[in-house]
Ligand binder design. Structure first.
Ligand SMILES: Cc1ncc(COP(=O)(O)O)c(C=O)c1O
Length: 383
């Protein structure tokens, strides 16, 4: 069911991930998959383009998109959502910024690091300070440090940006972990913006995704931002969703000046509705492919880069790899120069962090094998 794009197709379909690469470089960086659209999504997009759907979207919240997401959340996560809670936004990062801007008190925003690079600047553009909750690179297990969170909130931070499942930690936080976070946040009267874009991408053997909003006593202080874009590879079509269950919170978002919530695309809306309504079977196949890619990566690293360290990848197709043992501050630059493979440098996710990379496994097994071979060739000189 999952069809791998050929190199030529990938260059045309993914202008950033593939199109910007010199022909001899294999891309394993930007968070996009090298897979063709799910058939129901392809049919919906091509029909919409055929019908000339390029006008402004309606300003509706809830609606068809809300209904489609509510059905998806119910089937995939066992989460009850009222379609009226669903407010479109152009993309997840803009949805996070919108929520922060409109809902949060002006104090600093806590960002767990390493974190998604475009969101490192999000506090600042809303006039807030970013305060970091840094994961110990040597920690066996990647966890939110509750004491650290408590200290930052006690010192004046007002919002936690909680990405879960987490990129690049690859973690699916458990109910107990999420409840621990909620208890600290509530005690300090703070707010949570939950970036749940990777929720559909929980891999085999991991605990299920639990939206922060499905915990008790969260609706008064939290919204989640979700999208079909990452799982269904329609990032360029621009449509995410802010989930705001609390009526007063939702009204504040809906009343915000139009310029605060960049408008989304009608094609993105069509793709999201098709993905959420008819995409389950394909999504199951995708998770199964990604789970076997993850297992393959573990075997390939053991063979070619035995001193690489990787915590279990529970979700996402983005592996966070500690390569400090190979002695390069910037292993991504070395791998590009000597191995002709593009992975993402760890210091983009945590300024100043040496020796780490993020590697995208959402490709064919053959390409993944070549990616790891090239990485090893770059870092160790191995053939
Ligand atoms: C945690 C996280 N949020 C957001 C995004 C990007 O989503 P968007 O393009 O909708 O802002 C990514 C992309 O990798 C991501 O990992």
């Amino acid at each position: 069911m999952i069809r791998d794009l050929t190199d030529d197709e990938a260059r045309r379909a993914l202008p950033l991930k593939w199109g910007t690469m010199p022909p001899d470089v294999l891309p394993a960086w930007v968070a996009e998959t090298d897979y063709a659209w799910a058939p129901p999504v392809r049919e919906a997009i091509t029909a919409a383009v055929g019908a000339g759907l390029t006008g402004y979207p309606t300003f509706e919240s809830g609606g068809e998109l809300g209904k489609a997401y509510a059905g998806f959340a119910q089937r995939q996560f066992g989460q009850e959502i009222d379609p009226a809670w669903v407010i479109p936004s152009v993309d997840v990062t803009a949805g996070v910024r919108f929520a922060l801007d409109v809902l949060s008190e002006p104090g600093p925003m806590v960002m767990p690091l390493p974190g998604y690079p475009p969101q490192l600047g999000i506090a600042e553009v809303t006039g807030r300070e970013r305060v970091d909750l840094v994961l110990d690179a040597d920690a066996e297990h990647a966890e939110i440090d509750l004491d650290g969170l408590d200290r930052l909130l006690a010192a004046g931070a007002r919002t936690l940006l909680l990405t879960q499942p987490h990129n690049p930690w690859g973690r699916v936080f458990t109910r107990a972990e999420l409840e621990g976070i909620r208890d600290v946040v509530r005690r300090r009267g703070a707010r949570v913006v939950a970036d749940e874009i990777h929720a559909p991408l929980v891999l085999d053997g991991s605990p299920p995704h639990l939206s922060y909003l499905s915990l008790e006593d969260t609706h008064d202080h939290a919204v989640a931002v979700v999208a079909a874009s990452k799982a269904f590879n329609v990032q360029g079509l621009r449509c995410a969703q802010v989930i705001a269950p609390d009526p007063a919170t939702r009204q504040r978002l809906l009343d915000a000046p139009m310029a605060r919530n960049d408008s989304w695309s009608p094609l993105g809306e069509v793709a999201a509705i098709a993905a959420y309504t008819h995409g389950d079977e394909w999504l199951t196949a995708l998770r199964s492919r990604l789970s076997s890619q993850r297992d393959l990566l573990v075997r390939l690293l053991a063979e070619h880069l035995p001193d690489a360290r990787m915590r279990p990848l529970e979700a996402t197709y983005l592996a966070w790899i500690d390569l400090r043992a190979y002695g390069h501050d910037d292993p991504a630059a070395v791998a590009l120069e000597r191995g002709r493979v593009q992975v993402s440098p760890g210091h983009d996710y945590q300024p100043g962090l040496a020796g780490h990379v993020r590697l995208n496994i959402a490709t064919s097994p053959e390409r993944l094998e070549e990616i790891v071979r090239r990485l090893a060739r770059g870092l160790t000189g191995a053939r």
